[in-house]
Design a protein around this ligand. Sequence first.
Ligand code: NDP
Ligand code: 8X3
Length: 258
Amino acid sequence: MYQLLDPSRFVVFITGATSGFGEAAARRYVAAGGKVIATGRREDRLKKLQAELGPDNCHVIALDVQDRAAMEKAIAELPAPFDAVNIVLANAGLALGLQPAAEANLDDWQTMIDTNVSGLVYTVRLLLPGLIARGGGHVVTLGSVAGEYAYPGGSVYGATKAFVKQFALNLRSDLQGKKVRVTNIEPGLTETEFSLVRFKGDESKASAPYSKTQAMNADDIAESIFWATTLPAHVNVNKIELMATTQAIGAFDIYRED
Ligand code: NDP
Ligand code: 8X3
């Protein structure tokens, strides 16, 4: 019988646990007997999640990943047993807008960089020494197919996810011999609040990408995260690129003069 890791030993620090993948992952790990530290800005949602999962299994911290000082404080002050983090799920992130680059809102670009790049590196850098000191663990980053392939309007969002991809690869090099695994999850079309955030609450624009098709859902992604982290310690899944069966990569776009 193939021997998976025991998830009841997992202590998982999750950014972006108030919605989508992070919330689904929190449920998945607790259902398997693990403990989670669920973080995000919306405290009401964190409290609800904690009430559902139980305070012994789910510790919550209202946290903006862009706020480096708050991140440092929260991580330094984690109470036992939640201070024994052995899995980091650096998931918090967002896309804002879908305009062509020359028309995009610079504040939106800044927010994506501050969240998807700066927030993610704060998360990983602040938690990594603890993982190493405790004998190993797993860092899971949330990339995207947008970090692999180009699409119109994807400019800075896709670039932040390409950063995440390279950061995860470089982490692997630095972590040689430290028993810390690194996996970048790269999903395609998945129905969460992602699109509602991208289109700033415009529900008709937000629902369009999921209309008349079957996208993936948050549980699909949570399961892939969970799977990668339960494999035996000698196996490192470098990346998982997942798409809805209904989504495929298009042809090259060639402009022709009439
Ligand atoms: P959701 O919008 O459903 O969830 C995003 C989560 O990120 C929320 O919990 C939100 O919490 C949190 N978040 C956003 N900004 C911050 C911040 N400044 N500080 C702390 N938390 C923050 O989206 P998904 O679950 O779909 O997205 C999760 C990750 O997966 C993102 O990195 C996204 O880019 C990526 N992704 C999504 C895909 C999709 O199609 N859905 C596909 C590929 C990748 P709060 O607002 O409460 O702070
Ligand atoms: C989210 C997927 O295709 O909207 O990262 O960029 S996509």
